[in-house]
Design a protein around this ligand. Structure first.
Ligand SMILES: *Cc1c(COP(=O)(O)O)cnc(C)c1O
Length: 362
């Protein structure tokens, strides 16, 4: 019986990934090339065949995707505050203003009622985050977008293979973005990808990714260097063959925890949603004490996120000023993520349940 520490997350990078990297290194062609093109093609199969453009991070995917969709100074984009800072950062980096809206308590995602209340004449889009691997209510958000003539920009950075009423997240908006940071459900080391609603947006993202060039030295616009390397893409192609099975493990682990945990509020899944459990996040009163006790028992946990975006020093005096989001604040106090990653053993799962039970009774 193992008694070592159980990490909160465990990137799975194996021999096949090493061989793929070695193949690229041996070829001598390491920058964006055939591996990136193949990775984009293969990822596209997961998002209804939409055009995909790979970049160097999820943050770049959000930033370039918004720019390609035409977001800029004077515009407002409605975002959750209960998310990783990259969500609102990407809006701010375009020169637009992130407008923070509250979440609904069941799935920690944007509350459509709060979103509709935040719509102003300057609003151009809504950016739902499919937090922890659970889709935001895309049906209600689409209806709001239709009513007010807004775009949907999906932050699917935590939601590879998640779906909403049978459709993959990331393929439901004008853009959908993914991250391949090591702790995400699949990795390329660092990396990201923009799923585009049409070829015109995809072309703009490709231009922005590479100094505004399609043909070398005929720069059409002012762009970035946010290319993915063929080394990263080769890792990603191997990971794509495994992410399905890993997701099933995550779901099986979550199901075990749902059944056996007591004393904490386990995650809910909306009708029509397939949850991919990037995180298995419970609510607990006395969350910090629980985290400390679990740490003593060798159980790694995560608090995502302790400070809402609107109160971060980066936004507090700007877009976050005067913002009051009670459900977001409550989630920041109560949410704690338990290990759910595919490397967990049955024994690990039993230990997690036993340690939580003991900690909440203490
Ligand atoms: C990870 C993440 C990002 C950013 O991805 P990076 O690859 O780290 O730049 C954006 N949004 C959310 C919700 C994330 O979890």
């Amino acid at each position: 019986m193992s008694t070592g520490a159980i990490p909160a997350a465990k990137p799975m990078i194996g021999d096949e990934e090493r061989r793929a990297v070695d193949r690229v290194l041996a070829s001598g062609m390491v920058v964006q090339g055939p591996e990136v093109a193949a990775f984009e093609e293969e990822f596209s199969a997961l998002v209804e065949g939409r055009p995909c453009v790979a970049v160097n991070s999820g943050t770049s995917a959000l930033h370039l995707g918004l720019l390609a969709a035409g977001v800029g100074p004077g515009d407002e984009v409605i975002v959750p505050s209960f998310t990783f800072a990259a969500t609102a950062n990407s809006v701010a980096l375009t020169g637009a203003t992130p407008v923070f809206a509250d979440i609904e308590p069941d799935h920690f995602c944007l509350d459509p009622v709060a979103v509709e209340a935040a719509v102003s004449p300057r609003t151009v889009g809504i950016m739902p985050v499919h937090l922890y691997g659970h889709a935001a209510d895309m049906t209600a958000l689409q209806a709001i977008a239709d009513r007010h003539g807004l775009a949907l920009f999906e932050d699917a950075c935590q939601a590879h293979l998640a779906s909403w009423h049978g459709r993959p997240v990331g393929a439901l908006g004008t853009i959908g973005t993914f991250s391949f940071y090591p702790t995400k459900n699949m990795t390329t080391g660092e990396g990201g990808l923009v799923v585009c609603a049409d070829e015109e947006i995809a072309r703009k993202v490709r231009l922005l990714r590479n100094q505004g060039m399609e043909r070398r030295y005929e720069n059409e616009l002012v762009g970035f260097n946010t290319r993915m390397t063929d080394i990263a893409a080769a890792i990603g192609r191997v990971q794509l063959t495994k992410v399905g099975a890993w997701t099933e493990r995550r779901q099986a682990n979550a199901s075990y925890l749902d059944t056996h945990l007591t004393g904490v509020a386990t995650p809910k899944v909306a009708g029509g949603a397939v949850h991919v459990y990037h995180q298995y996040t419970v609510r607990a009163h006395g969350r910090d004490a629980l985290q400390a006790r679990l740490s003593e028992a060798g159980i790694g946990t995560g608090v995502y996120y302790p400070i809402p975006n609107h109160r971060l020093p980066s936004f507090a005096d700007g877009a976050g000023r005067g913002v009051d989001l009670p459900e977001t604040e409550r989630a920041c106090r109560e949410a704690i993520s338990l290990p759910v990653h595919p490397a967990l053993t049955d024994n690990d799962l039993e230990r997690i349940v036993a340690a939580v039970t003991k900690a909440v009774e203490a």
